[in-house]
Design a protein around this ligand. Structure first.
Ligand code: ME8
Length: 644
């Protein structure tokens, strides 16, 4: 069987890890655990992407050198993974020596093959994306389509990769391999991009006069490598390329897992780069959607970024892992809210799975002294359970293998739910009362053996709970090493006479009302006392850093319909959708005088309702006695520019 090797994106270290990073990495971890349990040798890679403008800017903002800054944030990522139950085989950092060597070898190879040339280029450069845009790619207003800010026009001499040369080859490859990019919607997106002829050569260098935080080009020391060209190569440098047997063993079987935001570099840059270096393309690009919070993109400035550990600490790691894999349908966006989380936990984990274990184990304690009973003759109801177990596990396994984790879990839950119904209809308590120990043994055995199969199947998703469930069922500690595929078509592995746990309480129900009251109480707790070192009235720099101050243009200003003192403003903060901010300045400014002005805004103030309208941020003004003045800039800047 071919080995299985999977990568997550290597994450930028300009910000701390959040729900999105946690999701891809937990998903990757579950897929790798699953493939291992299907009998494939597996290898899992994640890491951090540490070069480029973005990182330099973030380090400057934090008052640190790029090296110290990247070390610290990269450590946050690597230390987070074990806390989320993630076990990577390799954690790659693009500032590592072996990676640098791989990038330089790769560049030299493509250069020697004649696919890198030197030329002059003028283009619209977006610092957020760290890439040039052509006129065609910009929005109608001439803005970067990702960040909706005006890119800077930069003209300079650079090195280019002849990417356009491989357009035809790439298209044919995608057509010939329908699951090269999956799911289908992203494959079609890439094919239409190729058909639109937007594939130009790729600028792969940055002059050192502008950026030094990168890997030197091996053929010109005045330039460093473009961060994306550098980052993508981590997928093979992590396997020890160019001179390590892990690479030989695992390539070209490697699969990548990314979200839709970075489809183009993975679907277009990377395969053409590999082709130009004389390497085979990867096997699959698996593309998932975005986690939104209340249908809104998570962003620091909206204050709606979900911190994974808060959920893990409150509800437990396995409930968190289960929710992520169950509530995001592969390829589509998912909506993360605490209500949805609690509802899923209560329905699937407490009511269905937890209840099944609790009921069956307590009946086994009562009626069979907590030992696995011997089955006698299976009747129709038991045959149905066995058939359903085969179908459910079969569907679970094929769907999970295609990254369709939500549908896979749904398939498994058909079995879990049916087992609860079977408890009701077979009524072991009635059999016990009637003294029918033979039939009672058959029913309980059917339940326990099916529960063992469920527990084993869940090991990739909920490793700790699966281990608990298996030990409650009296299975030895290394039971998880059993091959999942061997579970289909077999029934009867659980040995009669095995001791069982007398009780089980896997997932206690969460009362949403109590939960809400508890979080309101903790929000109302008094603030921590300032450390002794700070003088009274002063704040620490870290406190100041919590504020996100930005410049934006007022697009709309009008009287609040329900309050004389308030104005309703719509301010463009470079986020795509303008922010609605309600401001108490109606006595000082007429709405007409405000439109078009660039103003200072506190962008990460928690949203609040002001007389029936939501305000997402706060306008800053200077008060001179009773006179208010707007705080503005001496010359226009891009909307969304930060104030520091
Ligand atoms: O793009 N929902 O790094 P990055 C789901 N360094 N997944 C999300 C998400 C969300 N809301 N937000 C982020 C980079 N992600 C480059 C990659 S690879 C050679 C270089 C996840 O830190 C998702 O996997 O911006 C997405 O593709 C990735 O984080 C982007 O991480």
């Amino acid at each position: 069987m071919l080995p299985y090797s999977l990568t997550t994106p290597i994450y930028y270290v300009n910000a701390k890890p959040h729900l999105g990073h946690a999701y891809t990495t937990i998903l990757g971890d579950s897929l790798v655990r699953f493939q291992r349990m299907m009998g494939r040798r597996s290898f899992f890679v994640t890491g951090t992407d540490e070069h480029g403008d973005k990182i330099v800017q973030a380090a400057e903002k934090a008052g640190q050198t790029p090296a110290a800054f990247t070390d610290a944030i990269s450590r946050e990522f690597s230390e987070l993974w074990p806390r989320l139950g993630v076990q990577p085989d390799r954690f790659v950092r693009t500032t590592g020596k072996a990676h640098k060597k791989a990038v330089q070898t790769f560049l030299q190879r493509v250069y020697d093959n004649g696919d890198i040339y030197f030329g002059e280029y003028g283009g619209h450069y977006c610092f957020g994306c760290e890439r040039f845009y052509t006129e065609k790619e910009l929005t109608e207003e001439g803005l970067c389509p990702q960040h909706l800010v005006k890119p800077e026009y930069i003209s300079e001499k650079n090195y280019f990769f002849r990417m356009s040369k491989y357009q035809g080859w790439l298209k044919e490859h995608i057509l010939a391999n329908p699951d090269f990019i999956r799911p289908e919607r992203y494959r079609s997106e890439v094919l239409s991009l190729l058909d639109s002829g937007a594939l130009e050569d790729l600028c792969i260098s940055r002059p050192k006069s502008r950026l030094t935080w990168g890997i030197d080009l091996p053929f010109d020391e005045n330039y460093v490598c473009y961060v994306w060209f550098d980052a993508l190569i981590s997928y093979i440098s992590a396997l020890g390329w160019p001179d390590n047997s892990t690479f030989e063993a695992l390539w070209p079987g490697e699969e990548h897992l990314v979200a839709k935001d970075i489809l183009k570099p993975h679907a277009i840059f990377w395969p053409t780069m590999l082709k130009a270096a004389g390497l085979e393309p990867y096997r699959h690009l698996n593309v998932h959607g975005y986690w939104l919070t209340r249908d809104t993109k998570m962003s620091k400035s909206l204050g709606n970024v979900v911190a994974p550990l808060e959920y893990v600490d409150t509800y437990g790691l396995d409930a968190f892992r289960y929710f992520l894999l169950r509530d995001m349908h592969f390829g589509s966006d998912g909506n993360f809210t605490e209500e949805a989380f609690i509802a899923r936990l209560n329905a699937d984990l407490a009511n269905d799975l937890g209840n099944l274990f609790s009921r069956v184990l307590s009946m086994a304690a009562k009626f069979c002294h907590s030992t696995v009973p011997a089955p006698a003759e299976y009747g129709e109801a038991e045959s149905y359970v066995r058939e359903l177990a085969d179908t459910a596990l079969g569907n679970f396994q094929s769907l999970f293998g295609e990254v369709r984790t939500s549908s896979a879990l749904e398939a498994l839950w058909e079995l879990v739910r049916h087992l609860n119904k079977y408890v009701d209809s077979a009524a072991p308590w009635a059999l016990a009362k009637a003294g029918d120990t033979v039939r009672l043994g058959t029913v309980l055995y059917t339940l326990l053996e099916s529960m063992r199969k469920v527990a084993l199947s869940l090991a990739p998703v909920m490793p700790e709970t699966a281990a608990t469930m298996l030990s409650q069922l009296g299975c030895p500690g290394d039971e998880e090493k059993r091959l999942l595929k061997d579970e289909i078509g077999s029934f009867g592995l659980l040995m009669p006479g095995t001791p069982l746990a007398a009780a089980s309480n896997l997932f206690p129900r969460v009362d949403p009302e109590k939960k809400r009251a508890a979080s309101q109480q903790s929000a109302a707790k008094p603030a921590k006392v300032a450390p002794e070192s700070s003088a009274p009235g002063n704040i620490e720099y870290a406190d100041f850093q919590k504020l996100e101050l930005k410049i934006g243009t007022i697009l709309v200003a009008e009287q609040h319909p329900n309050a004389d003192k308030l104005l309703r403003l719509e301010i463009d903060l470079g986020e795509g959708t303008p922010r609605q901010i309600i401001s108490g300045i109606a006595r000082h400014f007429s709405p007409e005088s405000l439109v078009g002005k660039q103003v200072a805004v506190v962008a990460n103030l928690a949203p609040r309702m002001l007389r029936g309208l939501e305000s997402k941020g706060m306008l800053l003004t200077a008060a001179d006695g009773d006179t208010l003045r707007l705080i503005t800039v001496e010359a226009p800047v891009a909307d969304g520019s930060s104030i520091a």
